[in-house]
Design a protein around this ligand. Structure first.
Ligand SMILES: C[S@@+](CC[C@H](N)C(=O)[O-])C[C@H]1O[C@@H](n2cnc3c(N)ncnc32)[C@H](O)[C@@H]1O
Length: 241
């Protein structure tokens, strides 16, 4: 037995939340982990990317290896892991792909508008990876829980990266189209989706809109408060639609 409540964000490290979960507790995971980028060099100053979390680990590989191992334990189906390969995490990211090669079912490219790199001689980035780790026949490409046939490609585009109203308050947010798209494409109503790095609650809002259950972890109290504020209008509705 565990004491976890559904449709709730836990203000703690994701490993603490998962320690309370039995094997296969959640149906799916959708997450965007920190990229180990440290200070936000894009601004040319020492502004942090996150308010409380520094995003600079001594061993990003070990940290993410422990996380993914735990995610594979608590997840029944698939883990949609969104990551960008940057200078600071390139080797660790490639090592993670190698380490988990037997658990990777497929890879999706999320194409975004190109942001020109400020440094000379650096290729500008216009995509992110969505790695699909899986417990369901990861050696096969077929998804038995997929709600698609010939109409879901492995390069996806989001209409507008800024359709997250909290873009100013959190510098690494996901557009709402991403969780909604994956929830529509995989599984069914009432499935339980977990986001171990909840940030501003984008996965939770997607889950509510797609009639899924959700659970989240977020280490920063400020972002937990922001998520709860963002969710308030949905929670006070008696019927969702
Ligand atoms: C890339 S952001 C996630 C953004 C989110 N997808 C959204 O749309 O708002 C990563 C978040 O993970 C949080 N975080 C970092 N380490 C954590 C940990 N060990 N457990 C839980 N949350 C953590 C950071 O505070 C940050 O808000």
């Amino acid at each position: 037995m565990n004491n976890l409540e559904l449709n709730k964000i836990y203000c703690e490290s994701n490993l603490e939340t998962m320690a309370k979960m039995p094997n296969g507790f959640v149906d799916y995971v959708l997450t965007s982990p920190p990229y180990n980028i440290g200070y936000n060099q894009m601004n040319g100053d020492d502004t942090k990317k996150y308010k409380e979390y520094e995003d600079k680990l001594d061993d990003y590989f070990i940290n993410q290896k422990n996380l993914i191992n735990e995610l594979l334990r608590v997840t029944k189906n698939h883990i949609f892991y969104n990551i960008q390969m940057l200078g600071n995490n390139k080797v660790d990211f490639l090592n993670l792909l190698g380490h988990f090669k037997d658990n990777i079912k497929d890879i999706i490219i999320w194409q975004k508008n190109m942001i020109p790199h400020i440094e000379e001689g650096v290729i500008s980035s216009s995509f992110e990876f969505i790695i699909i780790f899986s417990n369901q026949q990861p050696d096969k490409k077929k998804f038995y829980d997929g709600n698609f046939r010939g109409n879901f490609g492995n390069v996806i585009k989001t209409l507008n990266i800024h359709n997250n109203p909290f873009a100013k308050e959190h510098k690494a947010i996901m557009p709402l189209d991403i969780p909604r798209m994956f929830m529509q494409k995989f599984g069914k109503e009432n499935d339980l989706w977990y986001d171990p790095y909840m940030g501003t609650g984008t996965t939770a809002v997607g889950a509510i809109e797609e009639k899924r259950n959700w659970i989240g972890s977020e280490i920063s109290q400020e972002y937990v408060d922001l998520t709860n504020k963002r969710l308030k209008p949905y929670l006070t509705q008696t019927t969702l639609f």
